[in-house]
Design a protein around this ligand. Structure first.
Ligand SMILES: [Zn+2]
Length: 329
């Protein structure tokens, strides 16, 4: 196997993934073929290159090389706990096609609260939020699907803290909202939403899209907008103003049709984008241009802050101890 995955345990540096996708039962584990390249490039608003998937997992550089070859110009690499947030921030420092988002995922917050370590974890997120090429706080929010009643107080506390961190550092906020629309909106209004607020993997209906539009909140659509049973999502897409649209893979999850269930990757973003354009009865290139402009308004340009010069040409496996910011390791 060409890819060095010795880093799966997190010991061997940032050249490869540090997590592995669990649910492999009965899935087709082969990566889908490359789509036809886009004429106008776009960015993946939300991806997890720290998670290895597939029969032959790809390193983040291979993932980004494939993405570049089909017109996916860059990604927001998203962390969900202290370790993956550190990985995201460190990888973005050496990879020009990557910017980072850092957070404690809402489904992680309750366990940390029980262990008495949520505040320590939030302090790390706050520190990472001040680093170059960290452009968003996320994914944070509320998940009433996977977290039972007793964990919700911790989720609210964590979400509110993340909103404050985003505002303090003037970063965008990436929201995870699963079966918690009303509570997420109520929290944003009560605490005060950051200037750039993004619903990652938007899951609301047309009414919610109109409500978000009224507040200037961005809506990022993922591969599930192509699913056969997703009429509600497509109605939301139709209701959302074009200047608030973003697109994402949430890879390795939510692979767009016709590859549902197989490993997802940033290079499959064109499939979702083309599905959106078809539904909106618009030209793919026009939609790409609009989404690229929106994405750069939310996060800035990928080359606004240069990658760490010492490692700009580094090999495939930069070690944590080589990063000049000692606080990362
Ligand atoms: Zn995610």
């Amino acid at each position: 196997m060409a890819n060095d995955l010795s880093g799966l345990d997190g010991v061997d540096g940032y050249g490869s993934a540090i997590r592995k996708r669990e649910n492999t039962n009965g899935r087709d584990l082969s990566y889908p073929p490359l789509p036809e390249p886009l004429t106008v490039p776009v960015y993946d608003n939300h991806t997890h290159l720290e998670i290895a998937d597939g029969e032959h997992p790809l390193s983040y550089r291979e993932q980004l090389d494939r993405a570049s070859s089909v017109g996916v110009r860059g990604v927001i690499q998203v962390g969900g706990d202290v370790e993956t947030s550190r990985w995201s921030a460190a990888a973005a420092l050496i990879e020009p096609r990557m910017l980072a988002a850092v957070a404690i995922h809402p489904n992680e917050a309750p366990a940390l609260e029980s262990a008495g370590t949520l505040d320590d974890a939030l302090a790390v997120i706050n520190e990472l939020a001040g680093q170059p090429r960290v452009v968003a706080v996320g994914e944070t929010g509320l998940d009433f699907f996977r977290t039972p009643e007793e964990g919700r107080a911790a989720q609210f506390r964590s979400f509110e803290a993340h909103i404050r961190i985003a505002k303090e550092h003037n970063l965008a906020l990436q929201i995870h909202d699963r079966d918690a629309h009303e509570a997420v909106i109520e929290t944003l209004l009560r605490v005060g939403a950051p200037e750039r607020t993004v619903f990652h993997c938007f899951s609301g209906d047309a009414d919610m899209a109109r409500l978000c539009a009224g507040r200037g909140w961005y809506m990022s659509f993922a591969g599930n907008v192509t699913f056969k049973n997703a009429d509600n999502l497509r109605a939301a897409l139709y209701a959302a103003p074009r200047n608030l649209l973003l697109v994402e893979t949430d890879a390795p999850f939510l692979t767009p049709l016709p590859y549902r269930g197989r490993p997802n990757a940033p290079y499959l973003l064109p499939n979702t984008l083309r599905g959106m354009a078809a539904h909106l009865e618009t030209d793919v290139s026009l939609l790409s241009a609009q989404i690229t402009a929106n994405t750069e308004l939310v996060y800035g340009r990928w080359d606004a802050e240069p990658v760490t010069a010492a490692f700009a040409g580094a090999g495939d496996d930069p070690r944590p101890e080589q990063t000049p910011r000692g606080g990362l390791a």
